[in-house]
Design a protein around this ligand. Structure first.
Ligand code: NAI
Length: 334
């Protein structure tokens, strides 16, 4: 039986990187029956919502989505589609593996970076609770709950146990936000005590940011509340070549959406030059989620081999190849 999976190609470069990704997935031999759910800025405007019912219904039915970028309509007050999907499906964990691609020229190319970032996805300063107290004084509420903190901590430690990760670093600012970040860190400690085989330490977010730049190879698993997680995961992406090459996953109890974290890149859309690495790498996370570990390993090896060879890379990473040359090279390595 093929897997039934929702494919949201998105717009801009989305359809190109989605086609490249479905082609390499087909070449792995894993049978997938795609349910396409079109979502573009125009569709959102017509539907009057960033998450039209056909997209949500498909994700609810299949439980798994692979998503390209979608342009956010400007000035219409639309919520980001990603935030809407996370909220509707309660995708509480944002997972971002960050690792060195062989042969990719970056400032840190000689360092072996291999970390996985777990960001709480549902609360903190992203709860959207803001108001004006009196004129020119606004308040934005930072919500931290034991429920959400325990859930993300347990998710990170379970992942570490299953994947042989050795150290979890919780990141916080509990020296200043004693109640909110204090609760987050207490939950992390409580969960850490249940996993004695995994080392646990804590870093204050400013120090963590410096250490990430100075000694990125010393990090294994990072565990963060929403805001710090958002910032630190992009900082970490910058260490290994930027948003064009890192994958992302949004995980809930019953649903999972795998997505490229870059935007729809209107400046290069339709030109066949977009780099599909990020969405292909997100598809690798999806294969692992499906239990197709061998196919995931083969696809990762094929992407790494294509980078090591360096002949068919796209412009954004210093090559001159097209999206399709890169894709064909990955398929030939499979
Ligand atoms: P962007 O990520 O689309 O582009 C920034 C720069 O990176 C551009 O120069 C672009 O050409 C380049 N770039 C991005 N992805 C690339 C790839 N795969 N290959 C080669 N080059 C790549 O960010 P921007 O311009 O801020 O956003 C454009 C639109 O995308 C906006 O409407 C924004 O709201 C939306 N967006 C959607 C996201 C999503 O659906 N996940 C995430 C971020 C932005």
């Amino acid at each position: 039986m093929p897997y039934r999976i929702t494919l949201i190609p998105g717009d801009g470069i989305g359809p190109e990187v989605a086609e490249a990704t479905t082609r390499v997935l087909a070449a792995t031999g894993v049978a997938i029956d795609w349910e396409r759910a079109e979502l573009t800025a125009a569709i959102m405007e017509q539907a009057g919502t960033s998450l039209p019912p056909h997209v949500l219904e498909s994700l609810e039915k299949t439980g798994i989505g692979l998503k390209g970028p979608v342009t956010t309509p400007i000035g219409t007050g639309f919520k980001s589609v990603n935030v809407a999907i996370r909220k509707q499906l309660d995708l509480f964990a944002n997972v971002r593996p960050v690792f060195t691609l062989p042969g990719l020229k970056t400032r840190f190319q000689d360092v072996n970076i291999d970390m996985v970032i777990f960001r709480e996805n549902t609360e903190d300063l992203y709860s959207g609770l803001e108001h004006e107290v009196v004129k020119d004084v606004v308040e934005s509420l930072k919500i931290i709950t034991r429920h959400a903190s325990m859930r993300i901590a347990r998710y990170a430690f379970e992942y570490s146990r299953k994947n042989g990760r050795r150290k979890v670093t919780a990141v916080h600012k509990a020296n200043i936000m004693k109640l909110s970040d204090g609760l987050f860190i207490r939950c992390c400690r409580e969960v850490a005590a249940e996993y004695p085989e995994i080392a646990y330490n804590e870093l204050i977010v400013d120090n963590a940011s410096m250490q990430l730049v100075m000694r990125p190879e010393s990090f294994d698993v990072l565990l963060l509340p929403n805001l710090y997680g958002d910032i630190v995961s992009d900082l970490a992406a910058g260490l290994v070549g930027g948003l064009g090459v890192v994958p992302g996953a949004n995980m809930g109890e019953n649903h999972a959406v795998f997505e490229a974290v870059h935007g729809s890149a209107p400046d290069i859309a339709g030109q066949g030059v977009a780099n599909p690495t990020a969405l292909m790498s997100s598809a690798i996370l999806m294969l692992r989620h499906l239990g197709e570990g061998a196919a995931a390993d083969r696809l990762q090896a094929a992407i790494s081999a294509t980078y090591r060879e360096g002949k068919h890379l796209t412009r954004d990473v210093g090559g001159s190849g097209s999206t399709w040359e890169f894709t064909d090279a990955v398929i030939s390595h499979l």
